[in-house]
Design a binder for this molecule. Structure first.
Ligand SMILES: Cc1cc2nc3c(=O)[nH]c(=O)nc-3n(C[C@H](O)[C@H](O)[C@H](O)COP(=O)(O)OP(=O)(O)OC[C@H]3O[C@@H](n4cnc5c(N)ncnc54)[C@H](O)[C@@H]3O)c2cc1C
Length: 445
């Protein structure tokens, strides 16, 4: 198994439970519950509450082992996975396999503008969520020191790019932090006046949800003091500066100390490595086309699952992506484990993979969320209660569930955020001065 995320870990656990001999390779020694990484980025939760060591998860299965290494390539002919160990002084090695499952996930894509990455941080990994937390909190600290009003405004302007669930959740959390939590603690910085801007090129937030739920989400965001910039496309990002273009071509420049990126994603480079090894097909987002049983075309012993693949409905048919969601990856992982177990015990192969959509949820802040569950649409407190239950249920580890539940209950009643620690280098790239907008283009409230 390559990747101990939602897909790889589900497959590994199911196979290990069925008595299989499993080697799980990941470049991190932990499984990360990505849906809550934005809560680490905003100081609501601590890293240990949303991540669990892979070794601990697989400890009950004596035939399962974990290797801490980055996979650099595959030799499908010799059935080898090429690895670079993450531990210092260890030599690169190749791991043999009978059956290979690759679940490398995805990463944020900057649409070909890689130079934006250092200025617009994302929350995909635990490391990047911690960087966001430090930069976010450092902006409030700098505002507390700043004497000039204009400087305070720049420091207290936060831009979130992309109004999908992650962007909406981030913007809502930053607004809560600035407008509700910090005003009682900061003395000079006027965090209640912080400008939290959510930028989206589509006409509404949560474009994948039905329009009435987008409307509820927009009202909730506005109630929290988030400024919506829908139908605005990002054309440039520099240090402390964001240039936006509206549909009519008008450009605006926003001075913002903190810029968060929650826009497009692209598949793990492991999809490209498999495509190169097997002559597979990638789409524009780098996702690999796999057969309806999640195998690589021409390689029934190699499976690829999760965010990095597109699925063919029939052998050789058109490949379509499933939503980039944890339940998709988990269902695929469990399906692959059942298929491998069935094959090795000589039972018939299960029917081709079918995703069972149990619904989608997005939370906006304290007691605010939207939910689409089949034909049922919910918003406000009922949607938030479901969001909370689902996230507690899917968190790995009883201890984490208990701690997160206690923390959320505490935060709900006290509005506290216990994990507001600046632990990383918060400044970001410091070469050169803060970019200044052209005189005639400032977009201030
Ligand atoms: C901020 C955020 C919020 C989200 N919120 C939700 C949500 O609310 N609900 C929801 O359903 N989904 C959500 N998602 C999406 C969900 O997390 C993904 O769909 C899911 O993680 C995909 O599972 P996966 O197994 O394909 O990849 P991942 O879970 O990303 O796992 C990939 C694993 O592969 C490892 N890996 C990658 N490359 C290598 C390599 N070369 N060598 C070794 N190891 C490697 C990584 O370390 C990682 O452990 C969110 C995602 C993000 C980023």
């Amino acid at each position: 198994m390559v990747g101990g995320g939602f897909g790889g870990l589900s497959a590994a656990r199911a196979l290990a439970r069925a008595g299989g001999s499993v080697t799980l390779i990941d470049r991190n020694n932990f499984h990360l519950f990505q849906p809550l990484s934005y809560q680490v980025a905003t100081g609501a939760l601590s890293p240990g509450e949303i991540a669990v060591p892979l070794r601990r998860v697989l400890a009950p299965f004596p035939r399962a082992r974990v290797l801490l290494a980055e996979v650099s390539g595959f030799d499908l002919h010799e059935r080898l996975v090429h690895c670079r160990p993450m531990a210092p002084a260890a030599e690169p090695f190749s791991e043999p396999y009978d059956v290979l499952v690759v679940a490398g996930g995805s990463s944020y894509s900057y649409f070909g503008h890689e130079h934006w990455r250092p200025y617009a941080l994302e929350v995909k990994s635990l490391q990047s969520a911690l960087r966001v937390r430090s930069r976010l909190l450092a902006a409030f600290e700098a505002a507390e020191i700043a004497r000039e009003h204009a400087e305070q405004r720049r420091l207290l302007t936060f831009a979130v790019i992309g109004a999908g669930p992650t962007g909406v959740e981030m913007a809502g959390q930053i607004a809560e932090l600035a407008h509700e939590v910090l005003p009682g603690e900061l003395r000079r910085a006027r965090s209640r006046q912080a400008d939290v801007v959510l930028v989206e090129s589509a006409a509404r937030v949560l474009p994948a949800f039905p329009p009435p739920l987008s409307l509820h989400a927009e009202r909730s965001l506005q109630a929290l003091g988030v400024r919506l910039a829908t139908q605005h496309t990002v054309v440039e990002i520099a240090r402390g500066l964001l240039r936006l273009r509206q549909r009519d071509g008008t450009e605006q420049t926003l001075e913002a100390e903190t810029i968060i990126w929650a826009a497009g994603v692209s598949a793990s480079p492991l999809a490209g490595a498999l495509a190169a090894a097997a002559g597979g097909e990638l789409d524009r987002s780098g996702r690999l086309a796999v057969e309806a049983d999640l195998t690589l075309p021409g390689h029934p012993e190699v499976f690829a699952i999760g965010d990095m693949v597109r699925l063919r409905s029939t052998s050789g048919g058109t490949a379509t992506p499933l939503p980039g969601l944890a339940p998709v990856a988990m269902q695929e992982g469990r399906y692959v484990a059942a298929l491998i177990a069935a094959r090795s015990s000589g039972r018939g192969q299960p029917a081709t993979f079918r995703y069972r959509d149990k619904g989608t949820l997005a939370t906006i802040g304290r007691a605010r969320a939207v939910a689409q569950l089949g034909r049922l649409r919910l918003w406000g407190f009922p949607a938030w209660a479901i969001w909370l239950t689902v996230h507690i249920f899917y968190l790995i580890g009883f201890e984490n569930r208990l701690i997160v539940l206690t923390r959320w209950a505490h935060s709900f009643f006290t509005r506290g955020r216990g994990a507001r620690l600046i632990t990383e280098e918060a400044g970001g790239p410091r070469e050169g001065p803060v970019a200044r907008p052209p005189h005639d283009s400032a977009d201030r409230r």
